[in-house]
Design a protein around this ligand. Sequence first.
Ligand code: ATP
Length: 274
Amino acid sequence: PSITRGVAVDIPKVSWDDIGGLKDLKKKLQQAVEWPIKHSAAFARLGISPVHGILLHGPPGCSKTTLAKAAAHAAQASFFSLSGAELYSMYVGEGEALLRNTFRRARLAAPSIIFFDEADVVAAKRGGSSRNSSAVGERLLSTLLTEMDGLEQANGILVLAATNRPCAIDAALMRPGRFDLVLYVPPPDMEARYEILRVHTRNMKIGGDVDLRRIAEDTEMFTGAELEGLCREAGVVALRENISATVVSVKHFETVQKSLKPALTRDEIESYSS
Ligand code: ATP
């Protein structure tokens, strides 16, 4: 980690090339994240106000977190990570303090990206069912709104929030100047699965008999996280068979494929797109 004005910060090492598929989405993120940071003078010259908040939504395990990290890497921005569930579970007042403190540190370390995972837990629509829990949620939400509005004046700070349930997000966060850009991160199609398999076998010794295209065809409904797991497991199977193995071959992949089923169903995946 480098030290910027007394704040220890990390710039993630993940790059766009570590993410298979999602070409258009990467381009949109590049424009929304990299441009305002790298070309802030041009934005100022033309009087364009950059996007301050981006909401990424889609099924779990399909690279929302990885995209946020890659965006930070490309923009050479400090990366701060917050989890909605974690904030929610803290003692009264601690969650708000952590939120405010994170925004403060991000301002000091700018350019910065604040990644907000499981955003729906904190940014859930007001007036939820449980009275106690919604009081906690409301205080966190109003702190988040105040901090996001403060970004109007700040340069080089962007909030990327991720959720599996975009319809649960409070409408106040979707107003202009807050989450201006909403992007759906879909599960991978055939071509994307092939690219994801290539990414995760890049550093593996795989045999010439392993046909990644064929595996991509046979893994419909698998998420990126599951494909990553498939590659890793195939390696473990090879080692289990022979601890001196020098290559992971097709039979090892097949063994894992036989026992792996995608966790998400088509219906579930479709429900994530709304
Ligand atoms: P969650 O909603 O569960 O937090 P997520 O959408 O944020 O999930 P990530 O945490 O980014 O997903 O991805 C989980 C793992 O799957 C990562 O280790 C990542 O390397 C891998 N992965 C997911 N999608 C891709 C992809 N398109 N290319 C390469 N790896 C991927």
